[in-house]
Design a binder for this molecule. Sequence first.
Ligand code: NIG
Ligand code: FE
Length: 406
Amino acid sequence: MTATDARLLLRGLAQLATPSGDGAPLRGAALGEVEVLEDAFVLCADDTIEAVGRMRDLPALDGDVRELDCRGLCAVPGLVDCHTHAAFGGDRVDEFSLRAGGASYEELHAAGGGILSTVRATRAAGETGMRTAVELHCSWMLREGTTTFEAKSGYGLDRDTELASLRAIREAGGIPTWLGAHAVPPEFADADGYLDFALAEVLPEAAKLAEAADVFLERGAFDAAQARRYLEACRDAGLGLRLHGDQFTESGAIPLAVELEARSVDHLEATGEEGTRLLAASGVVGVLLPASALFLDRPMPPARALVDAGAAVALATDFNPGSAFCESLPLVCSLAATQLHLSPAEALAACTVNAAHVLRRADRIGRLAPGYRADVALLEAPDWRYLAYHLGGHVVARLVVGGELR
Ligand code: NIG
Ligand code: FE
C-alpha cells in the first residue's frame, strides 16, 4: 500500500486544539498557549500527520482518501499517560473499603497490606495472567483517549515477575519502566539486602527491556541514600531516571532528582517552597497525579506554585490498584482545573507534549502538526475545553492511533 492509498482525512472538526510551538518541555506562559483552529481538518498519511488547517484552506486531494465527517467533534492530540502501574494482578477493593471506614494507606502498607498484597497477587498471576491484565488495562486507557502509555513493573520484586511485567508492558505497546525499588519484599530483612539482590540479579536483564528506572523514595519504603544507590546503578546501566517523591513526606527526592538529572520526580503532594524553587530551576519535570491525591484523600500537589515558579509539569493518572484506580486522563484534566487550578490549556499541554517529553518522544507525539504521529483524540464536544469541563463524562468519542481509526 502506498502512502497515498493510506490517507485519512478528518474533516469539518468543530475545533482542533494543540499545544503551540515545537519545543519541549513547555513551562511558564508557554504551557498555557494552545493553538485553536475552528472548522478544521487533519490529514493523515500512513502513521503520520501530513497537514492540519481550516476547511477553507483544504487543498484538492488526489488519489484515494478515506474521509471521516467530524461535525460536532473536536480534535486534540492523542493523550499521553507518562505514569501508570498497569502491570498488576488482583485488586485492592477490600482495602479500599477499609480505607472508606477510616484506615490509612500508610497503616495498611505497614501492616503488610498495600503494595505487598498486590505483590502476592501479581506473583500468583504468572506470565500469562500478567499479559492478560496489562492488555485489559491498556484497553481501558485507550477508551479514555490515551494513545501512548508508560507502565512500571514493581509488583513482582523477584527476578522472574519483574521481567515478565516489563515484557508484558512492551507486548501491549507500552513504554516500560523498571520500578525495582517499590517496596521491600517479605523474603528480605531490609532494603539494603533487597537492593543487593535487585541490582545484581535483575538490573542486567531489566536494563534490556525498560527505558527508565523508578524508585519510591518515602518513609517506610527507600531512603535517599538507598534511592541514590539504586538510581546511580540504573543510570550506569543506561536507563533514564524517575522518582516517586514527596508523596507523604519531603525526604530529599527533589534535590536527588536534580543532582542526578532525572527525567521526572512524580507525586509532590508534600513539596514545600524550597522544593518548588529547586525543581523550577531545573530540567526535571514534576509529574502531578491528582487522581492519587483524591483517591487517598491527601492534599493536592502545589501545582499552581510550581507552574508560576517556572517548573515544567506533566499530568498523569498513576493508574494502580491501591492509590489511584483510575485510567482516565480526561478526569485528571478535570481535577487539574478544579483542584490544581491549572487552565484547560495548561492541563492539555501537561498530558500531551510535556508527558511525551518525560518519555523522550516529544519530537513525534503530543502535538497535532505535520510530521507528528497521527494520534488524535476526537472529543464529543463543541469546544475542546470539554476535555476538562465534562467531569467524569465519556468525552472521547473516537480515536486515531498511528493513522488508524478506532
Ligand atoms: O504511585 N506510592 C507508590 N506507588 C504507587 C502506589 C502503589 C500501590 O498502592 O499499589 C503510587 O501511588
Ligand atoms: Fe506511581
